[in-house]
Design a protein around this ligand. Sequence first.
Ligand code: SF4
Length: 283
Amino acid sequence: MGMNMNDAASTTALAPKDYKSSVKPVWCPGCGDFSVLSAITKALAHMGLNPEDVAVVSGIGCSSRIPAYLNTYGFHGLHGRALPLATGLKVARPDLTVLVAGGDGDGFSIGGNHFLHACRRNIDLTYIVMDNQVYGMTKGQASPTTAPDWARSKMTPHGPGINPFHPLIIALGAGANFIARVSSHDPNGTAKTIVEAIRHPGFSFVHVLSPCVTYQPEQREWKKLVRPAPVEATSDAGRAARRLLTDDNLYLGVLYHGDRETYRPRFETTKVDPSQLEQEFII
Ligand code: SF4
């Protein structure tokens, strides 16, 4: 894309700091979510979007606090329900840029069903999931992306024992139109990918490796382990699927950019008399 996120603020009227609210984050020092917050503000500044033209919707969890830390419109919703909220908002206000933010517990467990159908529906949303493979806000239980032998939680003293959910495979299989993985240790790279995701029509999924330094302190090592994926982004879903066969969750970059038509529901202006509908259900 040829853009330098360090130069972004100088080419727009608003700087990244202008997208931050006066609310100070309560995350633990070193949490990866700080960097993702910074990346979102860099991306919005680079695009020159007015804060009143952006809405950020979330569910529940540490990363779902993000709307409070931004100066855009925001909605801190119910656990796992960010995507249906955002879907309704985008359908009603297609002029808004709608971002959805949250974690792996919120998005892939209680919100997993909504994730599948948001990918399938392909409404023009950008879904940023900060994955740290744990429920951080409720003090460290296994989440859908936790390794089977992760035995640190008292609730799963021998580990969850089941294979983790692979978010990119699910997103591709369910029909997401843009799929990428980034790492929070690189806020400029994350910002660049968020810009691409927002600009790409349809449902865009950005999987962020964002360490929970409190309950998964070894994730600090991700910074040394992540690396660019060995193959280029593709618009061929079959090629993307083959690439995922060798994905170890540490490859970064855009995996897939599809050209599926964005779903825009049609609104009929004809009013239906409810009593007519009632008649149809009489047996
Ligand atoms: Fe971040 Fe983990 Fe602390 Fe939550 S518990 S704020 S995810 S480091």
